[in-house]
Design a protein around this ligand. Structure first.
Ligand SMILES: [Zn+2]
Length: 150
């Protein structure tokens, strides 16, 4: 059975509180991965999408990654992608994203690097989930469709 994300939409408009500890973050991250596993086309999930006000998100494209208090510390280039979101089922938006990003978080000793050219879906998903934690949705990143029509 699919999870019901619709009741937490209000939470997606405000930034999450920092996660107080790595143990809390891992606990929430595992819960997110568990819910994500039940969603057919889900590749990422943020804590506020399931009603938790804590800066934790997961991405599962090439491998499962739990990010605790993640921040984008480096960003380069720009790329376009058609995105969906588990909280807005059936909606797709053309967005503008960074081509390469460097992430720092409390769950990894080293910074993480994601490249649109290497794995576009994963690179966009990381940005999409970190946006959620900051109260930003894919609709805020939408680009004008006319740019591509002519
Ligand atoms: Zn989303």
């Amino acid at each position: 059975m699919s999870y019901s994300f619709a009741k937490y939409l209000d939470l997606l408009r405000k930034p999450c509180k920092p996660c107080p500890s790595k143990a809390d973050g891992i606990y929430i991250g595992n819960k997110l991965l568990e819910i994500l596993a039940g969603e057919n086309d889900g590749v990422g999930l943020a804590a506020n999408q399931i009603g938790l006000d804590s800066s934790v998100c997961v991405v599962k494209v090439s491998r499962p990654i739990i990010l605790i208090n993640p921040k984008i510390v480096g960003k380069f280039g720009r790329s376009f992608f058609q995105e969906g979101c588990l909280s807005y089922e059936g909606d797709y938006v053309l967005t503008e994203r960074w081509t390469d990003i460097v992430i720092s978080d409390d769950n990894h000793t080293n910074q993480l690097f994601f490249s649109f050219k290497k794995n576009a879906l994963e690179c966009v998903c990381v940005q999409h989930e970190i946006d959620h934690l900051n109260g930003i949705t894919m609709f805020d990143r939408a680009v004008e469709k006319e740019l591509f029509d002519g």
